[in-house]
Design a protein around this ligand. Structure first.
Ligand code: BG6
Length: 477
């Protein structure tokens, strides 16, 4: 038996996001977000699901917080619905929906009275539809709207919330939303994705500056989704180039401006060669990169799987994308000669490969190439897996595969820490089975099972194991 002991004060958390768990979509002044609109498009979300009810956490948060306390969860990562707080995206005091803010105030109080740290994400994808109607993230005006929304939330909760994440996975917002059309708002335009990415980053930078001014001691950060891209054939220059392109568009497009104050030179050159640079370059104004690279305290790392990349299509033609029933596009602006292959690895029920050692490589790379010499700390803000759970006759959910998935990724995290990567916390995705975006309710990620007909919660084997692990501050295998 090996015991992997984690550093003292390692944070054991669990994560969710507003649209995925809250429900209560049409009450107390909330207005439609882009996800309400998008879910209504035939074929956009599996089985026509939406977040109208989801886990009904809006009404059941006391029960969920009690569950977290029983599971020895030290921090709850949740997000604030912009469409609840500034439903029309409108400016000024008149645009604020007090009852929306009050919900988060009650949630935060409940967490604190149970000794659970509130870990707040400002934007986890549910933009007010009214703002999308004005161009959404492709309109530079959104940056000021985001600042205003963030300060409204901070004014209400800043006295009790110390950890603030500006954005969750801007790659997904920009490229799944505006280029691939797989996520809301469902646009399919490469240029729009690039421009949206820039405005998301700029919004992050502006909000970070404002929050730093308002709360110098706050823990400020951003959460990015990362992958580790390996060439299908490491001796083939075309595969190596495809891997570089993948890494540039997925990882470095966000890391370089945040930590180096510049966009990747190779990507800019490729965009020029392809004639796809004009709108993106025009969107970047003097001073923007300085704003984007405003120092942060923590980098949130979301990791699910790696990618095997090739210049040629996968001969087996398998895909790990959501099986949407409408035409979508590649989320990559430069996508010719860029293909993902499926390697011979165990997979989750979403066909995502299980590759824990990729997480060690990712964390050590982030440390080596971006964080070394800085005081920025890393938190795994999401990691987890979808498996088709079954409730046994005795009412138990023995999700051994998920338990092993989390165990192996914690061991991979431990290995990175041993190699010097400053990782100080881990949040399981997800606390609850929930609305998994384009997959609807078809895929379950929770360490707690949710019966969506009755809203009854049942702690899965992975949840019980996670509680023991958190209490022991150690993983045993
Ligand atoms: C991350 C998101 O991309 O992956 C989560 O931040 C999401 O919100 C998770 O639920 C799982 O992905 P999906 O597409 O299966 O919901």
């Amino acid at each position: 038996m090996t015991v992997y002991r984690f550093p003292e004060n390692f944070l054991w958390g669990a994560a969710t996001a507003s649209y995925q768990v809250e429900g209560a979509a049409h009450i107390d002044g909330r207005k439609p977000s882009i996800w309400d609109t998008f879910s209504a498009i035939p074929g956009a979300v599996m089985n026509g699901d939406n977040g109208d009810i989801a886990c009904d956490q809006y009404h059941r948060y006391p029960e969920d917080v009690a569950l977290m306390r029983d599971l020895a969860i030290g921090a709850y990562r949740f997000s604030v619905s912009w469409a609840r707080v500034r439903p029309d995206g409108a400016s000024g005091p008149g645009g604020v929906n007090r009852s929306g803010l009050d919900y988060y105030s009650r949630l935060v109080d409940e967490l604190l009275s149970n000794d659970i740290e509130p870990w707040l994400t400002l934007y986890h994808w549910d933009l007010p539809q009214a703002l999308e109607d004005r161009g959404g993230w492709t309109n530079r005006d959104i940056v000021q709207r985001f600042v205003e929304f963030s300060l409204t939330v901070h004014d209400a909760l800043g006295d009790r919330v110390r950890s603030w994440t500006t954005l969750n996975e801007p790659w997904c917002s920009a490229f799944l939303g505006y280029t691939g059309g797989v996520h809301a708002p469902g646009r399919m335009d490469g240029t729009a994705g690039l421009v949206a990415a820039h405005h998301l980053l700029l919004g992050h930078g502006e909000v970070t500056r404002e929050l730093r001014r308002a709360a110098p001691d706050a823990n400020l950060g951003i959460t990015l989704n990362f992958t580790v891209a390996d060439p299908a054939d490491p001796s083939d220059p075309a595969d190596l180039n495809a891997t570089r392109l993948f890494d540039a568009q997925f990882n470095r497009l966000f890391l370089d401006p945040l930590f180096r104050g510049e966009y990747p030179a190779d990507l800019l050159a490729d965009l020029r060669t392809a004639g796809r640079h004009t709108e993106f370059e025009a969107a970047i104004k003097d001073g923007d990169l300085e704003t984007i690279s405003t120092p942060i305290d923590s980098l949130g790392v979301n990791y699910y799987h790696g990618e095997l990349v090739s210049a040629r299509p996968d001969p087996n033609g398998i895909s790990n994308e959501a099986p949407v029933e409408r035409p979508v596009k590649s989320p990559f602006v430069l996508n010719e000669d860029l293909h993902v292959h499926m390697r011979d690895l165990p997979r989750t029920d979403q066909n995502w490969e299980i590759q824990p050692e990729g997480l060690t490589r990712l964390l050590t790379r982030l440390h080596r190439e971006y964080l070394a010499g800085s005081s920025v700390l890393m938190y795994i803000t999401e990691n987890g897996a979808a498996f088709d759970d079954v409730m046994a006759a005795d009412g138990r959910v023995n999700d051994t595969k998920r338990l092993e998935f989390i165990r192996s990724h914690l061991i991979a995290t431990h290995a990175a820490i041993e190699q010097g990567a400053p990782v100080v916390g881990y949040f399981a995705w997800s606390l609850l089975d929930n609305f998994e975006w384009a997959w609807g309710y078809a895929k379950r990620f929770g360490i707690v099972y949710v019966d969506f007909d009755t809203q009854v919660r049942t702690v899965k084997a992975s949840g019980r194991w996670y509680a023991e692990t958190s209490a022991a501050n150690a993983v045993t295998s």
